[in-house]
Write a protein that binds this ligand. Structure first.
Ligand SMILES: Cc1ncc(COP(=O)(O)O)c(C=O)c1O
Length: 391
């Protein structure tokens, strides 16, 4: 069907300066992968985040696959993950043999908390994966304290929350692993796909280049001629004395060059989205049938604009906003335990009443950065009209 305001799969457009950077890299990158622009992107990303080790990868899913390998799960090990997230937050851990324990979300903020995590900890828990869903940072200081007490590894899936912070510290820099996405939907996109993996541990950082690039490494002896016995070695990286099989998860040079430039715009993109979100939320404050999580600070970047219908009118609103007003609202993040995939791998059960109640009564408005002012005004007026009719 034709929509007046569609849910765009593209988050933003590019400035002329960003396009120039892409064209320049197309002309001067040599080789077109694994070279100077990757190094610049990783270095600038580490400075942006205030961390030591950042690794550019092809997707955030790749960063999660690497993380899942590096966690080296033994039989019976568990990882705590919110059921309210995208499937890529979870299935890489299933592939590495971990058992997922689904954590509930807070009813107001929709992220997991130290309290909801605590309820899932058992003697088999090895790690916690926190998702800053919709672009709101979970309470990382509290979660890190809890993890320290129980000797748990923390992974921050920050695919949606780039540039947000809590107590002046950037999201994605708290955990042992930080994951970022530059997919087409995300706050900044390196031409449709892209990701970054941030790690704290120096030993882990040492083996990521090999794991990311087919096990390529140097020989451990001085070569007299660079072609003898081969141009370079291929080996199996080891961590804690155990082998980890390599992959090819590299990100191309043109994408990396653009990533360097886009980092300059993260803050203004986030501010523009947040300002709009607050305008929308405040303009609907007089309706009791709809609620939003309102955060007018850098703790939220409003990657997504989610709404909750506390009086049970979600389905009626959905039909009217879609069929009468042609606004393509969606309902993302079906709790993962309800999907066939997770049922088939024995992870179909969850004790997440807040998540279930929220998902059954929520909606996500179209909220791409490039939405025009007339479209935004139309969406707001149409929402008011539908809510008026439902009163
Ligand atoms: C929370 C979350 N984690 C991971 C991903 C995967 O990102 P990518 O598409 O870069 O692999 C996404 C993307 O939608 C996401 O929203």
């Amino acid at each position: 069907m034709e929509f007046k305001v569609h849910h765009s799969g593209r988050a933003h457009y590019y400035t002329p300066e960003e396009i120039d950077v892409v064209v320049k890299a197309m002309n001067d990158a040599e080789p077109l992968t694994q070279s100077k622009y990757r190094n610049q992107f990783e270095q600038k990303f580490s400075e942006f985040l205030g961390v030591k080790h950042s690794f550019a990868v092809h997707t955030a899913t790749d960063a999660l696959e690497l993380t899942a390998q590096l966690l080296q799960f033994d039989e019976g090990d568990e990882i705590i993950i919110p059921s309210f997230t995208f499937t890529a937050s979870a299935y890489p851990f299933v592939k590495q043999g971990a058992k997922i324990v689904w954590a509930d979300t807070d009813p107001k903020t929709h992220v997991i908390t130290a309290e909801t995590i605590k309820a899932c900890i058992t003697s088999n828990t090895k790690a916690i994966l926190v998702v800053h869903i919709a672009g709101y940072v979970a309470n990382m200081p509290e979660i890190m304290d809890l993890a320290k007490k129980h000797h748990l590894i923390v992974v921050e899936d920050n695919a949606q929350g780039i540039g947000t912070e809590i107590n002046g510290q950037k999201s994605g820099s708290f955990g042992d692993f930080g994951i970022f996405s530059f997919h087409s939907h995300k706050n900044i996109s390196t031409l449709g796909e892209g990701g970054m993996l941030v790690v704290k541990d120096d030993d882990i950082a040492k083996i990521i280049p090999m794991l990311r690039h087919n096990g390529h490494c140097a020989f451990d002896f001085e070569q007299e001629h660079y072609w003898e016995p081969a141009m370079g070695n291929v080996d199996i990286p080891e961590l804690n004395g155990k082998p980890i099989m390599p992959n090819n998860y590299c990100l191309g040079e043109v994408e990396c060059a653009l990533g360097v430039k886009l980092l300059d715009r993260v803050e203004s993109l986030n501010t523009e989205k947040r300002t709009r979100a607050i305008r929308f939320i405040d303009a609907l404050a007089d309706f009791e049938d709809i609620e939003f999580h309102r955060v007018n600070s850098t703790r939220h970047n409003y990657h997504l604009l989610l709404a909750y219908f506390p009086t049970g009118k979600r389905n009626e609103f959905f039909k009217r906003i879609v069929y009468q007003k042609q606004i393509q609202c969606i309902a993302p993040y079906y709790p993962l335990n309800r999907y066939d995939f997770y049922k088939k791998v024995g992870m179909g059960k969850a004790n997440c009443p807040n998540t279930d109640l929220f998902w059954d009564n929520m909606i996500s408005f179209p909220f791409h950065h490039w939405m025009s002012e007339p479209d935004f005004d139309y969406m707001l007026a149409a929402t008011r009209e539908v809510l008026d009719d439902l009163r």
